[in-house]
Design a binder for this molecule. Structure first.
Ligand code: ADP
Ligand code: MG
Length: 352
């Protein structure tokens, strides 16, 4: 038996590195967190610049509200956030972030710098994540976070990374998930100086804007071979609206694929991988899809935020519903209804 060692509190740096293990698995995890932050800051245009699949550099530039100079050092502290302040706010959180961990975690496993300027400031400040030093620089209102040499201090982690091409593909997929949720925001991704993807902000922020974004991101084919979903549960929320609303598009059975790579589900604007939603969707296709064929869909579930717990997973990709049955049923009915619409409607664009 090994000899018992004294219990000691871990140093802060190591605590952050351990926490980073949960949040930062690969460059795409950094991309997801930084784009979340840009969206929470109200950005309309987000530009990503990557080198070596994001391993050498991930820079995310936004035109959001910026971080006030005095708050800048706090942004890198663990459990420091501007998004919630008490339990009640946690239970009804509407922002993508709220844990106040991402920047601290990323900073502990990379060489990070943040440049930010608010509308009140005449210039931007640049914070060096390693030294904590700040200096004024020129920049428009908004924030740029630069993450260099991911996992340089944790070579064991770095070894798990795949080729640059694979890591890049994961980064693009992370942005794609955001882009499908926010047609009102423009996105551009550059890799090694070349533009890899660009999705322009929709002029129209309603359903037409969403349809355009779906076509831009998933291809015209996706829209041509899918039907509009627009469902409201008959049960009413306490506020008087429908308890659950499901919007988006569901592929016709012929559009099903061998892989489930065109299944996008969102809850209150957040991309999730959820068994209840996936099963609800799948069950709507049970009579028309056979074998291993996977339906395609982009579904947006909106519901009272207090009926869904987003604080169950460090990366927030999993959620827990207060009443899974009601969500399952809503998704199934939403797709059932959409697929049952007259087939003639499939050939024509939906009436405005
Ligand atoms: P969280 O998003 O959970 O609050 P983060 O570690 O991701 O935690 O960010 C910490 C804080 O830094 C945020 O609460 C926010 O105030 C600020 N911040 C981070 N990124 C940006 C950004 N792009 N624009 C404005 N503020 C930001
Ligand atoms: Mg965040």
């Amino acid at each position: 038996m090994s000899q018992r060692r004294q219990i000691r509190e871990l140093p802060d740096e190591l605590i952050s590195q351990i926490a980073a293990g949960e949040v930062v698995e690969r460059p795409a995890s950094v991309v997801r967190e930084l784009v979340d932050n840009a969206l929470d800051a109200g950005a309309r245009q987000i530009v990503l610049r990557l080198l070596a699949g994001g391993v050498r550099l991930i820079a995310v530039e936004d035109d959001g509200i910026g971080i006030p100079m005095d708050d800048l050092p706090l942004a890198l502290k663990r459990h420091a956030t501007s998004k919630i302040g008490n339990l009640q706010e946690l239970e009804s959180v509407a922002t993508m972030g709220f844990r106040g961990e991402a920047l601290a975690a990323i900073n502990s496993v990379s060489d990070m710098a943040i440049a930010s300027r608010t509308a009140e400031q005449a210039h931007a400040m640049l914070l060096d994540g390693r030294t904590g030093e700040m200096k004024p620089i020129a920049r428009a209102i908004g924030t740029t976070v630069e993450v260099k040499e991911l996992f340089f201090s944790t070579p064991a982690r770095r070894k798990f990374l795949k080729t640059d091409a694979t890591e890049l593909a994961h980064c693009v997929e992370a942005v794609r998930r955001h882009a499908l949720a926010r047609p009102d925001v423009g996105f551009a991704i550059w890799h090694e100086g070349k533009l890899v993807e660009q999705w322009r902000a929709a002029a129209d922020s309603d359903d037409a804007g969403l349809d355009q974004r779906l076509a831009d991101v998933l291809g015209e084919d996706f829209c041509e071979r899918s039907v509009l979903v627009d469902y409201r549960s008959s049960a009413q929320s306490e506020a008087g609206g429908p308890l659950i609303r499901v919007r988006g598009r569901a592929g016709i059975p012929d559009a099903a694929r061998a892989r489930g790579d065109h299944q996008f589900a969102y809850v209150n604007g957040r991309f999730v991988r959820d068994k209840v939603l996936a099963h609800g969707a799948r069950s709507a296709y049970e009579d028309v899809l056979h074998g291993q064929r996977q339906p395609v869909y982009a579904l947006y579930v909106d519901m009272d935020p207090t009926r869904v717990d987003v604080n169950v997973h460090p990366t927030k990709i999993e959620v827990r519903f207060r009443d899974s049955r009601e969500v399952h049923q809503a998704v199934r009915r939403a797709i059932d209804q959409a697929l049952a619409a007259p087939r003639a409607a499939l050939a024509q664009p939906a009436p405005q």
